[in-house]
Each structure stands twice: as structure tokens, then as C-alpha cells.
Design a protein around this ligand. Structure first.
Ligand code: ATP
Length: 449
């Protein structure tokens, strides 16, 4: 059973070190968060699972890690300077500002209906480049990771001899100056995306779109977000991004409501076309001039001449994924003895801590040494973080690890010193079994992968 409110998740995230407010000791920074000791592990595990399924397990996808600072010309040609905006309204009564498509005609703060007409507010962050602050030398912080996949298209073709269908995957930060960031890490100004640009021959694009929707549902399911919890929203005409011919949003019931977790878009040949020399007619904006143009032809040559591939883009937010995974895993259970336990039933490959080794007695040299050695042995498997935890209170240790989703706790006691067995306790069933220490590594590894 997922969390009953966002507050429950926020409280757990803060208490156990998953997520903190950024710049907190100075009052924070709205729409910006830091991931703490456990949060960074969970987030890294989610990204690694995506990379594994997109790049390592496939034969038709390459990876990329490109810069965040972006030449303004890229985002002029892509149409973002002109159209990447949300409708902004001011409340004349209390002077607050809102995104008009999130309102129902009234100011959420004071209730007044005296709002200005909506006007476009561009969401891109600008920053000065170089030591002269004259406003002319600036770069954008990228609003999506996708653009640099398009601008590197020729480099990647030349370096790999790929031909469509093939894709380029990237995970990285993106920045949007959201008018009203809210709902914890759901809508933030600095976030991470996991994006695939999958280039296909024109005419096969819709079929690939449907294949990617299926594939992405399957992947989320494997991360513990069941497919029956995701609703497909086929975004209607007039509501899609400027580059999209068709978009399917995967909608997840977050604690604050049903909202987009991932968007899968058919971006056609729009982006590669817009970045190609002498293709000004592709551009959505009159602001594009000839001396702004790229020097590249972003197309593929075959027997029939040049073709600009179409592109299908599954674009998932890491932070929204983190929130969905946490929400699905969260559960508060009533135990037979009448007490409650909070447990994160995370898939083992996502768990921030894979196993904790707990010595029964903290001041016993033999037990401590044996526990330390076991921890080192498990850590050497490369399965992720394994903790040696020297608190001496096993019951409390179990509860603490339930709450952060650690799949296994291993207890070393006096009997271990006699017969080389340890107790392994399972997070989900709370069952404990006595195992030979020599079999422990294989036992854990088998259940973590
Ligand atoms: P929304 O309509 O919710 O603002 P969007 O349609 O603008 O989202 P896309 O441009 O499709 O979002 O971005 C792809 C993915 O990036 C989204 O599905 C989401 O997971 C993530 N994302 C976008 N904006 C944010 C944000 N402000 N905070 C966190 N994640 C975001």
C-alpha cells in the first residue's frame, strides 16, 4: 500500500537522509533539493537500471554525456527560445504569480478572480559566460538533455557507423525556471532526465512509438511501479510540445494526484532538420538568421540520397521516478504483536543498502572481527553498499533497515564463532534463517541481482 500523503514520504526522506532541502540553513532555495546519503544510492541505482536496460542490454543504442551549458543558437534553432514557455498570470490582489493552466480562474493564495491575462514566460535559465557581464555573452542551462544528442548526431554517426534504427541515450541534469515548483521533488527547477533519442526511418515512426511505450511500461514494472498503476495519456492536438506529432504520457498516481512520470514523443525530423544548414524553413522562429546557422547536415545517406531520420523520444524524470518508486515501496504494517512497522519494499537492485552486518555484541573482539570480515566479503561482490553496523541493538537495527528498504540483515553472534553460521533476516517476510557463513555471499548475490 503506497503512502497516504506526500507528507509521509517527505518526513521519511528527511528523517532517514534521502532528500534534504537545498541551501536549507539559509532558508532553502525554492524548487531545489539535495539527495542525502541514502537518496544518492537509490537515485544512482535507478539511473544504473535505466542505463543497463537502454545501453548495455541492447545492441542498437549508444551513450552520451554532454555539457549542460548550451550555446543559445542551439536553443534558438530548436524552437525553445520562442516557444518553451508556460502561461504566467499575476494576481492583482495579492501580487502572487501562477501558471494559468494550473488554476481554475482564482488565485490559490487569496481566492481573488482579479488575474491578469496570461502571458508566455520562458522557462530557460540564462547564465553569463566569461568575465565580461555585458548580457551579450551568455549560455543557457539546458532545459532538456535531448538537444545535445541532436547536435552530436553527425559525430556519433561518424564514430560508430550506425544507421537507423538506432538510439542515443543520456542521463543528466536539466533546468527549468518553473513558475510554481511544488510537490516535493515532483516539480523542481533543477532535475535529472533519462532520455533516449531513437532514430528511425520515416514511415516507421508510429510503430516505434508504440514499441517504446510497451518497453517503458515493462521497465517501470521491473522497478516496482506496476503497469496497472500507470495510465496512458495520448496528448491531444494543441497540447503537445512544438516538436511533437504524437505524445504518450505515462501518468502515475503520485500522492498529490495523477501526473506525468515519463513522456514518449514522436519528434519527427523536426530537431535534426532545424539544426541542419540551410533548413531555415524548418525553424519555428523568425529570429533564426543565416549567420546563426549550423555547419552540419544532420541526415543519413543511403542509395536513395539523404534522409533525415524521425526520432522517438522516451523521456523520464529521475526525480519523479525516485518519488514513484519510493511511494510504491512505502508501507506501514500492523504486526501480530500490535505494533507497527514502516517498511520500504524496494526492489533489491534499487535498495540504497543491500545488506547490513550486525554484530550481536559490540565489545566482543571475536564477534566484531568476524562481522567486519563478512562485511568486507559482501562489499567485494560489487552489489552496492553493505553496512557494518555496530550499535549492539539488533531489534532496533532491523526496524531501521526495514524503514530504508535494506533487503537483508546479517547477524553475527556467539554461535558464529563456534559453528560458522550466521542469522540472515529477510526484510519482507521478517523470517530469520541460520546459514553457513560460507554460503552467505551466494545467497545474497542471488537475491540482489
Ligand atoms: P509537465 O507537463 O509536468 O511540466 P513536461 O511535459 O514539461 O512536464 P517533458 O518536457 O515531457 O515534461 O519532460 C520529460 C520528463 O522530464 C517529464 O516526464 C518529467 O519526468 C521530467 N520533468 C520535466 N519537468 C520537470 C520538473 N520541473 N521537475 C522534475 N521533473 C521534470
Amino acid at each position: 500500500m503506497p503512502a497516504s500523503s506526500m507528507e509521509e514520504l517527505v518526513a521519511l526522506a528527511k528523517r532517514r537522509g534521502f532528500v534534504f532541502q537545498a541551501s536549507e540553513i539559509y532558508g532553502g532555495l525554492q524548487g531545489v533539493y539535495d539527495y542525502g546519503p541514502l537518496g544518492v544510492e537509490l537515485k544512482n541505482n535507478l539511473k544504473a537500471a535505466w542505463w543497463r536496460s537502454m545501453v548495455h542490454e541492447r545492441d542498437d543504442v549508444e551513450g552520451l554525456d554532454s555539457a549542460i551549458l548550451t550555446n543559445p543558437k542551439v536553443l534558438r534553432h530548436s524552437g525553445h527560445e520562442e516557444t518553451f514557455s508556460d502561461p504566467l498570470v499575476d494576481c492583482r490582489e495579492c501580487k502572487s504569480r501562477w501558471r494559468s493552466d494550473h488554476l481554475n480562474g482564482r488565485c490559490p493564495r487569496c481566492g481573488s478572480a482579479d488575474l491578469t491575462p496570461p502571458r508566455p514566460f520562458n522557462l530557460m535559465f540564462k547564465t553569463g559566460i566569461g568575465p565580461v557581464d555585458d548580457g551579450a555573452s551568455f549560455a543557457y542551462l539546458r532545459p532538456e538533455t535531448a538537444q545535445s544528442i541532436f547536435t552530436n548526431f553527425k559525430n556519433i554517426l561518424d564514430a560508430t557507423s550506425r544507421r537507423p534504427p538506432f538510439g542515443v541515450a543520456q542521463i543528466g541534469k536539466a533546468f527549468r525556471n518553473e513558475i510554481t515548483p511544488r510537490n516535493f521533488v515532483f516539480r523542481v527547477r533543477e532535475f535529472e532526465q533519462m532520455e533516449l533519442e531513437f532514430f528511425v526511418p520515416p514511415g516507421t515512426d508510429q510503430e516505434w512509438l508504440e514499441r517504446w511505450v510497451e518497453e517503458r511500461l515493462r521497465w517501470w514494472d521491473a522497478q516496482g511501479v506496476p503497469r496497472e498503476r500507470l495510465e496512458l495519456l495520448r496528448v491531444p492536438d494543441g497540447e503537445r510540445a512544438h516538436y511533437s506529432k504524437a505524445t504518450v504520457d505515462l501518468m502515475y498516481p503520485f500522492p498529490h494526484g495523477l501526473e506525468e512520470l515519463e513522456g514518449i514523443a514522436n519528434r519527427t525530423d523536426f530537431d535534426l532538420g532545424s539544426h541542419t544548414k540551410n533548413q531555415r524553413e524548418m525553424a519555428v522562429t523568425a529570429a533564426v538568421s543565416s549567420n546563426d546557422e549550423s555547419n552540419a547536415r544532420l541526415a543519413v545517406r543511403d542509395d536513395n540520397g539523404w534522409t533525415v531520420p524521425y526520432v522517438i523520444e522516451p523521456s523520464a524524470g529521475v526525480d519523479r521516478g525516485f518519488l514513484a518508486v519510493l511511494n510504491e515501496a512505502y508501507s506501514v504494517e500492523r504486526l501480530e504483536n500490535g505494533t507497527e512497522r514502516t517498511v520500504l519494499r524496494l526492489r533489491a537492485h534499487l535498495a540504497p543498502v543491500k545488506a547490513a552486518v550486525l554484530p550481536l555484541k559490540r565489545n566482543h573482539d571475536g564477534i566484531m572481527a568476524r562481522a567486519r570480515a563478512l562485511k568486507a566479503q559482501l562489499a567485494a561482490l560489487g552489489i552496492g553498499r553493505v553496512l557494518f553496523e555496530n550499535t549492539g541493538n539488533i531489534g532496533k537495527g532491523y526496524r531501521r533497515h526495514d524503514e530504508v528498504g535494506t533487503p537483508f540483515c546479517v547477524t553475527v553472534d556467539f554461535q558464529t564463532l563456534e559453528d560458522e553460521t550466521v542469522t540472515v533476516r529477510d526484510r519482507d517476510t521478517m523470517r530469520q534463517e541460520r546459514l553457513n557463513a560460507a554460503a552467505l555471499a551466494a545467497y545474497v548475490q542471488e537475491r540482489i541481482a
